[in-house]
Write a protein that binds this ligand. Structure first.
Ligand code: ADP
Ligand code: ADP
Length: 229
């Protein structure tokens, strides 16, 4: 499962300003859809609606053909994992930060999520052990290490639907390339929505939609969109 459909979604945070103006798209189970567009276009808003932080004023959102309003918030959120742009870390160990909210997680599960062992052989997501203290706001970790903790935390949930919201945009290009490679392998296993500014970073997506001022202005593969420009 994990097919996601947005049908003519209209949404504004306030009644005086519409952020999404009839957005429609569909992503099949196991596919990767990239949502590309300038800052403020409404990309993150799409992720927030799928997670039901907010409900749209118009249109329907479906997962595997079922309106997300018809499922409990708990089961909806169990299906979706979001790797955010900036991760908030607790002043505790890497292991705690990964397993937060999962008091039942075993050390083996944490280690597996931390190393990616459960996902794809032994992708070394974390360079350090899960007992390492991260310090205040994760100060003892580099940006790349913090992002790896965020990714491992999301993977422990093993969600069928994964949202990468500019998950590597805060990193230097070498770290970004390394983590992107890991993300692409993880994305290959599940339905993935990749949110990005630049077309150049989403070459691996099955389909790309370009969002501008709350409207889908272009849809296609990476090659098709390059040809149009
Ligand atoms: P993107 O992810 O494409 O940069 P967003 O979806 O974050 O865009 O934001 C789209 C628009 O909605 C922006 O103009 C932003 O200022 C506005 N916006 C985002 N969050 C809120 C909010 N909580 N309340 C009011 N306006 C918001
Ligand atoms: P920005 O919009 O600031 O340029 P990026 O495009 O660099 O941000 O990053 C957007 C996110 O999408 C990152 O987490 C990146 O690793 C991820 N990403 C890009 N391409 C793919 C892909 N084919 N599969 C999975 N994740 C991807």
């Amino acid at each position: 499962g994990g097919a996601v459909t947005f049908e003519n979604i209209v949404f504004g945070y306030d009644s005086d300003r519409t952020i999404l103006n009839g957005v429609s798209f569909a992503v099949g189970a196991g596919e990767t859809l990239a949502i590309v567009g300038p800052s403020g276009a409404g990309k993150s808003t799409i992720a927030r609606l799928l997670y039901r932080f907010y409900d749209p004023q118009g249109g329907r959102i479906l997962i595997d053909g079922q309106d997300i309003k018809a499922v409990t918030q708990k089961s909806l959120r169990a299906e979706i994992g979001i790797v955010p742009q900036d991760t908030v870390l607790f002043n505790d160990s890497i292991g705690y930060n990964i397993a937060y909210g999962r008091a039942d997680a075993s050390i083996e599960e944490i280690a597996a999520a931390a190393t990616g062992a459960a996902i794809d052989g032994f992708i070394a997501i974390l360079p350090q052990g899960y007992e390492t203290e991260v310090g205040e706001r994760g100060l003892k970790l580099s940006g790349g290490e913090k992002q790896r903790v965020a990714i491992a935390r999301t993977l422990l949930k093993n969600p069928p639907i994964l949202i990468l919201d500019e998950a590597t945009s805060a990193l230097d290009s070498r770290t970004e390339a390394a983590i992107q490679d890991t993300l692409e392998r993880i994305a290959a296993r599940r339905t993935t929505l990749v949110i990005a500014h630049r077309l150049s970073t989403v070459t691996g997506a099955d389909r790309i939609i370009v969002l501008e001022r709350g409207r889908v202005v272009e849809t296609g593969t990476h090659d098709q969109l390059l040809e149009m420009r």
